[in-house]
Design a protein around this ligand. Structure first.
Ligand SMILES: Cc1cc2nc3c(=O)[nH]c(=O)nc-3n(C[C@H](O)[C@H](O)[C@H](O)COP(=O)(O)OP(=O)(O)OC[C@H]3O[C@@H](n4cnc5c(N)ncnc54)[C@H](O)[C@@H]3O)c2cc1C
Length: 439
C-alpha cells in the first residue's frame, strides 16, 4: 500500500531529507526506479533553501577532468529539461538559457588548466586572443587590473598594467534564471512517479543512529520508518550527519559559508540579457552572467582579499545584500564595464554554500548502514544536480544490493562524453587537497 501524503506513521523505502535541487533530483531518480520515497523539508515548498539563492550557472569548464565530465553530463539534462521531466504541457518550467562562458586569462595558469581539462574530455571550447576578445566584448575595458583588491584599498583605483592575454570560451554553457523553480520541477516529476512530499517538517532525530538507520523523528514528535535516509540537507548537512553518527567516518567535513550575489542594471545601450555571456574574471575576482530585466548578476570568485564568512547555518545570518560586498563586486565590475552606472543602494541576495576543503562534493554512503550523503556542494553543484540524483539512486541501489562501494567504488558510464564518472572522486574518505580550486 502506498503511504499517505503526510508520511505520518508510515513506512517508506527511503526518505530524502531536503527538497533542494539535489534532494528533489535524487527523489525523482529513486521514484522512477520503483522506490517508495518520502521527501521532507522544513520549508513549505521545494527549492527554498540555498538553491533559491543560487546563480544557476551551468558551466562546463573546470580544472579537473572529473569535474568537466560531471558538468558535461549534467548539462545534457538541462538541455532536454522538458523531456527529462516528462512534464505536462501546462507546467511552468525553469528553462536553461545558453549564453556561453568566457574565462578571462588573468595571468595565472588557470585558463591553461581549464583548456587542458576541456581538451581531455573533448568539450567544445575556443581559445580567444586579446583581439578576438575585444571583438566579442566591445563594451569591456580589457586592461589588467589585478590582483583583486578591496575598494577600501588605495591601490584599487590604480592605473591598470598591461592588457588581458585573451580567454577560453565555452559555447555550451549558460544558466537557469529560476533555480527554485528547477527544484520544484524535479519534485513535481518525482511526485508524478509516486514520491510523497512532507513540507514544513523538520528532522530532529534518526532512529537507529550509530547502527542501522530505521527511521526519522520530526520536530512535532511524529516518526516515519525507513531503512534508507539520504542526507541532502545542503548547508545544514553537517548537523544531520552528527545526528546520525555518520560524521565520525568522514574524512571530508563540511561548513557553511555565506555568499552574496548582486543585481546591477546593464549599461545604457547594452542589451546584456540578449547579447551577454557568463564571464569568469579572475583578474578582478568576480564572475557575472546575464540576468532577466537586462541586468547582470555578479558574485565573487573567492579572492584572498575578500575573506570568508563562515556561519552557523542554524544561527541567525542575514540573507540581505550588504553595502560592503556590493561595493566589492559592483565597483570591480564597473572597472571592466566602464559604461556601468552603479546604483548607490545594494540589490541582491545572500545564500549559504555547503563547503568542503577541496570544493568538491561528497556523494557517498556512510559508515552508518542505510545513511547516505549528497552534500558539500560547495557553491557549484546546481549545474550537476539532475545527474547527481541519478548517481545517488545508482549508488544507493548498489550498496543496498550488497556491494561495498568503499572497496569497489561505483563507476557510471557517461553517455554524452563517453567517459566514466568515477564516484571515488566524491568519496567521504578521500584526502581533500587543501588548495582545491573553487568549482
Ligand atoms: C549564492 C549562491 C550562488 C550559487 N551559484 C551557483 C551557480 O551559479 N552554479 C552552480 O552550479 N551552483 C551554484 N550554487 C550552488 C548550488 O546552488 C547548490 O550546490 C545547490 O543549490 C545545493 O542544493 P541542495 O539541494 O544540496 O541544498 P538546499 O537547496 O539548501 O536544500 C537543502 C534543504 O534541506 C532542508 N533541510 C535542512 N535541514 C533539514 C532538517 N533537519 N529537516 C528538514 N529539512 C531540512 C532545507 O530546508 C533545504 O530546503 C550557488 C549557491 C549559492 C548559495
Amino acid at each position: 500500500m502506498r503511504p499517505g501524503p503526510d508520511g505520518q506513521g508510515t513506512t517508506y523505502d527511503a526518505v530524502v531529507v531536503g527538497a533542494g535541487v539535489i534532494g528533489s533530483a535524487a527523489a525523482l531518480a529513486l521514484s522512477r526506479r520503483g522506490w517508495r520515497v518520502l521527501v521532507v523539508d522544513r520549508h513549505g515548498a521545494a527549492g527554498h533553501g540555498s538553491t533559491s539563492a543560487s546563480a544557476g550557472i551551468v558551466r562546463v569548464h573546470a580544472t579537473s577532468i572529473d569535474s568537466v565530465v560531471l558538468a558535461e553530463e549534467g548539462l545534457a539534462h538541462w538541455e532536454s529539461w522538458h523531456d527529462f521531466l516528462d512534464a505536462p504541457a501546462d507546467e511552468p518550467l525553469a528553462s536553461f538559457r545558453r549564453c556561453g562562458t568566457v574565462v578571462l586569462a588573468d595571468g595565472t595558469d588557470y585558463t591553461a588548466e581549464v583548456a587542458a581539462a576541456l581538451t581531455a574530455v573533448g568539450s567544445m571550447y575556443e581559445r580567444w586572443s586579446h583581439d578576438t576578445l575585444a571583438g566579442h566584448l566591445p563594451d569591456f575595458d580589457l586592461s589588467r587590473f589585478g590582483p583583486p583588491r578591496l575598494p577600501e584599498d588605495e591601490a584599487f583605483w590604480d592605473d591598470p598594467v598591461g592588457v588581458l592575454d585573451g580567454a577560453v570560451y565555452t559555447p555550451a554553457s549558460g544558466f537557469v534564471a529560476d533555480p527554485a523553480l528547477a527544484a520544484q520541477n524535479l519534485l513535481a516529476a518525482a511526485v508524478r512517479a509516486g514520491c510523497s512530499f512532507r513540507p514544513a517538517a523538520e528532522v530532529m532525530g534518526l532512529a537507529g543512529a550509530g547502527t542501522r538507520i530505521t527511521g526519522l523523528e520530526f520536530a512535532d514528535g511524529s516518526r516515519v520508518s525507513c531503512p534508507v535516509v539520504l542526507n541532502a540537507a545542503g548547508p545544514e548537512s553537517a548537523r544531520l550527519n552528527r545526528l546520525a553518527g555518520a560524521d565520525r567516518g568522514m574524512a571530508v567535513q563540511t561548513r557553511a559559508m555565506r555568499q552574496e550575489l548582486h543585481h546591477v542594471p546593464a549599461p545604457p545601450g547594452v542589451d546584456w540579457y540578449r547579447d551577454g555571456v557568463h564571464v569568469v574574471d579572475g583578474d578582478l575576482g568576480i564572475n557575472f552572467r546575464p540576468e532577466v530585466g537586462n541586468a547582470l548578476l555578479v558574485g565573487g570568485n573567492g579572492a584572498a582579499c575578500d575573506g570568508e564568512t563562515w556561519v552557523d547555518p542554524a544561527g541567525p545570518w542575514s540573507p540581505a545584500a550588504t553595502q560592503a560586498a556590493w561595493n566589492r563586486h559592483v565597483l570591480r565590475l564597473a572597472r571592466r564595464m566602464p559604461g556601468l552606472r552603479v546604483p548607490s543602494r545594494p540589490s541582491g541576495v545572500a545564500g549559504l554554500y555547503d563547503v568542503t576543503p577541496d570544493w568538491l562534493p561528497v556523494y557517498d554512503r556512510t559508515d552508518i548502514p542505510g545513511f547516505y550523503v549528497a552534500i558539500g556542494t560547495s557553491g557549484n553543484q546546481f549545474k550537476t544536480a539532475p545527474l547527481v540524483g541519478e548517481l545517488m539512486a545508482e549508488l544507493i541501489e548498489t550498496v543496498e544490493g550488497g556491494r561495498d562501494t568503499d572497496d569497489k567504488p561505483l563507476v557510471v558510464a557517461g553517455t554524452r562524453t563517453g567517459r566514466d564518472i568515477e564516484l571515488a572522486a566524491y568519496s567521504r574518505r578521500r584526502e581533500p587537497a587543501p588548495d582545491g580550486v573553487r568549482g
